[in-house]
Design a protein around this ligand. Structure first.
Ligand SMILES: NC(=O)c1ccc[n+]([C@@H]2O[C@H](COP(=O)([O-])OP(=O)(O)OC[C@H]3O[C@@H](n4cnc5c(N)ncnc54)[C@H](O)[C@@H]3O)[C@@H](O)[C@H]2O)c1
Length: 306
């Protein structure tokens, strides 16, 4: 199998579309527009073409990192790399194919000589309708698990392979509030997201001895393409703006909505030296939504007490 070295870039396999903006510097040191919390770091972001992955790429770059976006959607990925500028490049990668995940990790190593951060943001929701468990299509379940769980695990495996010898690294995964409470998403999605903090703990327990931190983020509902698509199927006929309105009204925290930037900033924290002693953690970004539940107390008037 062809290994990707910068020398061999012109021979990239057909499926591996590489978009690179020509720049005098790929080491993250030339940008004047960043705060420097990830200065000089090399990050690989799966699912980086869209939504939370793309927003995180933007924030990583702002903080001084150079970012490789890896995504199955080559059109969106190329556009994202163009939009993000000289410290971003795109490689097509399907995270369900381990060899492709291995290739992008090797690509980052060959080009930059190191990989400091892996952010596993590739994910799918699966079919939007939440059928009862008795009519669950196990084929759908397998598809969701293949991307959300197996894809995440493949990323961790190959990042650990190269970070281990470096003796450092930060691996991030995306779980969800659907992995904290039952009933918030379809079973396959929910089950896949319950699995992520388990993977993080299991792997962190091993990788701490190699200086590699592993953490995940559990975001609230945010109007990314994945979520807008799901809600649009639930609210057929409602326009995108109406769907976004519905989504932004779902939270508990008064005066704020959960936005892509909130997850991106959480990722910067976990990826940076600010979190140098944080590993095996699930950082919940939900405005308190999963922190409480109310008892179904009957009202006084229902009880005839007023
Ligand atoms: N948006 C939310 O409200 C929310 C909340 C909690 C968790 N999440 C999780 O955040 C992650 C990112 O989702 P998003 O909301 O940004 O959605 P999104 O659809 O905007 O982005 C997901 C990206 O993953 C890519 N992808 C899908 N399958 C892939 C594969 N096999 N290989 C490589 N890339 C693949 C897509 O092309 C897309 O670019 C997902 O894991 C999702 O479950 C999202």
């Amino acid at each position: 199998m062809l290994r990707l070295t910068s020398r061999f870039c012109e021979f990239l396999p057909r499926r591996m579309v590489l978009v690179r903006r020509l720049s005098s510097s790929f080491d993250g040191s030339s940008s004047k527009e960043h705060n420097g919390r990830l200065e000089g770091k090399i990050a690989l972001i799966t699912g980086g073409a869209s939504g939370l992955g793309k927003a995180t790429a933007r924030q990583f770059i702002w903080e001084g990192a150079t970012v490789v976006l890896a995504d199955i959607n080559s059109k969106l990925g190329s556009e994202a790399a163009d939009e993000l500028g000289s410290q971003a490049e795109f490689i097509e990668c399907d995270v369900t194919m381990e060899e492709q995940v291995s290739d992008v990790v090797d690509f980052a190593m060959d080009r930059y000589g190191r990989l400091d951060i892996l952010h596993n943001s590739a994910g799918i929701a699966g079919p939007p309708a939440a059928p009862d468990i008795a009519s669950l299509d196990l084929g759908h379940f397998d598809q969701v698990m293949a991307v959300n769980v197996r894809g995440t695990l493949a990323g961790i495996k190959h990042a650990a392979r190269v970070m281990g010898p470096m003796g450092s690294g930060s691996i991030l995964c995306i779980a969800s509030i659907s992995g904290l409470l039952g009933g918030l998403g379809p079973h396959p999605y929910s089950i896949s997201k319950f699995t992520i903090p388990g993977i993080v703990r299991s792997v962190a327990s091993e990788l701490c001895s190699q200086g590699i931190r592993v953490n995940c983020i559990s975001p609230f509902v945010i109007g990314t393409p994945l979520v807008v698509e799901q809600f649009s199927q639930l609210y057929r006929g409602a326009g995108r703006e109406r769907v976004l309105e519905i989504i932004s009204g779902l939270g508990e925290l008064k005066g704020a909505n959960c936005e892509e930037i909130d997850v991106a900033k959480a990722a910067v924290y976990l990826a940076s030296d600010d979190a140098k002693y944080v590993s095996g953690h699930n950082l919940v970004v939900d405005g308190g939504f999963t922190g409480s539940k109310r008892l179904n107390l009957p009202m006084l008037d229902q009880m005839g007490l007023v």
